[in-house]
Ligand binder design. Structure first.
Ligand code: PMP
Ligand code: GLN
Length: 384
């Protein structure tokens, strides 16, 4: 038996992530897994073959610490094509082991004990623990249910001399909302004349529907000059298991980011970077994503018509929120577990993304699935 005093937990309140718990339960109960966000169809075979080719060609040793220059150049070019600001490949872009590592490293770069960091709830789960690990205080702002909009007056009222950073995730997981140009202009206004750094999680940049345009931080001068912006190849190329992404930021911020990055990962796997350096050039791949996922969303929602679940709007990401207030009074975690065990369908309860476990009786379902999976899932949901 280990002496308890050997462990001085840095995260005493933290357990295992909801994604791990729900995916495990789904597999134990042989349930359709719409909980953790990942596709159940294969990614591009052309890309897989390209990686294979890069491996066979001998690209199997360390990549440069910042990431392969050719990949950073391709990203720089893409940023200039898709958004208004082109970032310098040499000094302002770093390839990371997924968005999670980029976010963690950005937080570690700027948060010191006593600093306050504003996050929006429901909040993706990796922000708060990282802030707390570095001695920061999480200051949550609740997105207004049911449209999950931001009350900017509230945000402004929370800013003080201790406010070090604001983390924004757009399109937003888990709420599936999309923040508008007006939102970003408000943010720009609020941080003007402050030293607040923005961490912008834009992993769903291309998963945006109904003709809306993604408002990247890169399009707002007063924000871009103070922001770490984070992206994930896992989302864009239907390959969450590769864990590769990137972070962009002005040179001074990126310089500090790399000081930490070099000691927590050093570099990211080489053959995938080699392949992506070519594949990122194919603009049609990422430009087709809004249609691709909108069709999946619409297919799923259409098949749900007539069910007792409330269908909330999904404006971005690959998640659909469903309310079960007409079906049960149970707490959302209990209800989600019962759905797995009794009905063989797995989802994610939203209350886990709030520090106060706010329960609006809403569950999140991932629609990055084959149509046959979505159809089977919808049939189960309609029967409840
Ligand atoms: N941010 C958000 C909002 C996400 O949904 C995810 C994961 N799906 C990540 C970050 C992490 O991305 P990655 O798998 O590239 O680490
Ligand atoms: N981002 C994925 C989701 O929201 C989960 C990733 C993970 O399991 N950490 O479902």
């Amino acid at each position: 038996m280990l002496n308890g005093s050997l462990i001085n937990s840095k995260l005493p309140q933290v357990g295992t992530t909801i994604f791990t718990i729900m995916s495990k339960l789904a597999s134990e109960h042989n349930a359709i897994n719409l909980s953790q966000g990942f596709p159940d169809y294969s990614c591009s075979q052309e890309l897989v073959e390209l990686i294979h080719k890069k491996m066979l060609a001998g690209n199997n040793q360390y990549a440069p610490m910042q990431g392969l220059l050719s990949l950073r150049e391709a990203i720089s070019k893409k940023m200039g094509l898709v958004y208004e600001k082109k970032y310098d490949a040499e000094t302002e872009i770093t390839i990371t082991a997924g968005a999670t590592q980029a976010i963690f490293t950005a937080i570690s770069t700027i948060v010191s004990p006593g600093d306050e960091v504003i996050i929006f709830e429901p909040a993706y789960d990796c922000y708060a623990p990282a802030i707390e690990l570095f001695g920061g205080k999480v200051v949550p702002v609740t997105l207004q249910f049911p449209n999950y909009t931001i009350n900017w007056q509230e945000v402004a009222s929370l800013i003080n001399t201790k406010t070090r950073a604001i983390i924004i995730n757009n399109p937003n997981n888990p709420s599936s909302s999309v923040f508008t140009k007006k939102d970003l202009l408000q943010l720009e206004n609020i941080v003007r004349n402050t030293d607040i750094v923005i961490i912008s999680d834009e992993v769903y940049e291309h998963l945006i529907f109904d003709g809306a345009e993604h408002q990247s931080i890169a399009n707002f001068k007063g924000l871009a000059e103070r922001s770490f912006v984070v992206f994930s190849f896992g989302k864009t190329y239907h390959a969450t298991g590769w864990k590769i992404g990137y972070c962009i930021a002005p040179k001074e911020l990126m310089n500090e980011f790399r000081k930490i990055h070099q000691f927590n990962v050093f570099c990211v796997n080489n053959p995938i970077q080699q392949a992506l350096a070519e594949y990122v050039e194919k603009a049609e791949e990422y430009l087709s994503l809004p249609n691709f996922f909108q069709e999946k969303r619409d297919f799923f929602v259409d098949k749900l018509i007539g069910s007792r679940f409330t269908i909330y709007p999904s404006r971005g990401t690959y998640f659909q929120l469903l309310g079960y207030e007409k079906i049960s009074n149970e707490n959302d975690v209990v209800f989600a577990e019962r759905l797995i065990k009794e009905f063989k369908i797995a989802s994610i309860p939203l209350s886990v993304f709030y520090n106060k476990k706010e329960d609006n009786k809403v569950l999140r379902f991932c629609f990055a699935k084959k149509n046959e999976t979505l159809l089977r899932a919808a049939e189960i949901l309609k029967s409840i």
